[in-house]
Design a protein around this ligand. Structure first.
Ligand SMILES: [Zn+2]
Length: 324
């Protein structure tokens, strides 16, 4: 049985920063810290620095609490093998036994999964998906990730890599993707994807746009969202097109697992109705009739801390529930 004073460490390993926090069973973040990932460094060194930070966090806890486990969200994290495998945005090569590296310091349950799966578990335990058995979380960030929950369980697939909706293909003749293929959803609906859309529109259109003054290096999804809020026609059309592609592909995802809801996370989702309205419209237009007018399209309901850290902690809380 878990105790009110128990806590889990949730860790979100990103390409730039690693964030970790102590989280209780109610999804309350007790303390949080951030450290630079230094992506070129060996994973052993990062884990050693994370260990120092965890011990620092434990000293900050005002009452004696028991550490019940460590949950890690990382790019290409593999839950089955406890590994991080050829992660994008980190220079780690091959298969890294990340759980094994943490085992040198801790003897509590330790598990890893990819960041989108962690986000889905966060929604299931602490967010809008409480009580739902079937839903999908889509992370619209540097890439497009997805965590699929079906029949109350995260879908891992035979090898732990299930849920790559970001690399399902929208247009086989479309944009070059980092995975080596063409036209993946990620090349349109990621932060970089909407920037590519803006530059395509700027080269085709004559109408004035404040986005003309940005170079490709300077343009960000936030800049486009701000311009759209001021009524910039190119920015508005870029959001419309992004929502069209996303809604179209999500209609396919609905056919696979018949979810109750789709929850959008990440930078682009913060643009609110700019992305939600066109996504909803094109989702509905492309759904099989039996699914129409019943799929909820929602923003994240995980609050009070980094959804990625809370989600990583949920990985351990969920395991403890299952073994109780
Ligand atoms: Zn791809």
């Amino acid at each position: 049985m878990t105790n009110i004073l128990d806590f889990v460490i949730g860790i979100d390993i990103g390409g730039t920063n690693t964030v970790l926090g102590a989280v209780n069973r109610d999804g309350e973040l007790l303390v949080e810290q951030s450290l630079p990932t230094w992506a070129h460094e060996e994973p052993e060194k990062l884990v050693a620095r994370i260990y120092e930070n965890i011990e620092g966090l434990r000293r900050e806890l005002t009452v004696a609490r028991q550490l019940r486990g460590i949950g890690i969200g990382a790019p290409n994290g593999n839950y089955y093998r406890g590994t991080v495998e050829n992660p994008p945005n980190l220079s780690w090569k091959g298969v890294i036994d990340i759980v094994g590296l943490f085992r040198k310091y801790y003897q509590v349950p330790i598990a890893v999964t990819n960041d989108a799966n962690a986000a889905a578990l966060g929604e299931l335990l602490f967010g809008l998906a409480k009580g739902m058995k079937d839903f999908i979380v889509i992370t619209l960030g540097t890439g497009v990730g997805s965590g699929i929950v079906a029949n109350g369980q995260l879908v891992y697939g035979v090898d732990g890599f299930a849920g790559e909706i970001g690399h399902t293909i929208y247009d086989p003749e479309g944009r070059q993707c980092g995975c080596g293929r063409k036209g993946c959803l990620e090349t349109y609906a990621s932060a970089g994807g909407i920037c590519r859309t803006v530059f395509e529109l700027l080269s085709e259109r004559k109408e004035p746009s404040e986005l003309h003054r940005y170079s490709f290096e300077e343009l960000t999804a936030e800049v486009i969202a701000e311009a759209a809020k001021r009524g910039d026609p190119i920015a508005l059309e870029a959001f419309e097109f992004t929502g069209k592609v996303l809604g179209f592909k999500l209609a396919d995802s609905v056919a696979h697992t018949s979810p109750e809801a789709i929850i959008l996370h990440g930078g682009l989702a913060n643009a609110g109705n700019l992305i939600f309205a066109p996504t909803k419209k094109h989702l509905e237009e492309n759904l099989l009739p039996i699914f129409r007018n019943r799929i909820k399209l929602l923003p994240s309901g995980v609050t009070g801390g980094s959804p990625a850290v809370l989600g990583a902690s949920a990985l351990i809380w969920k395991e403890m529930e299952q073994h109780a």
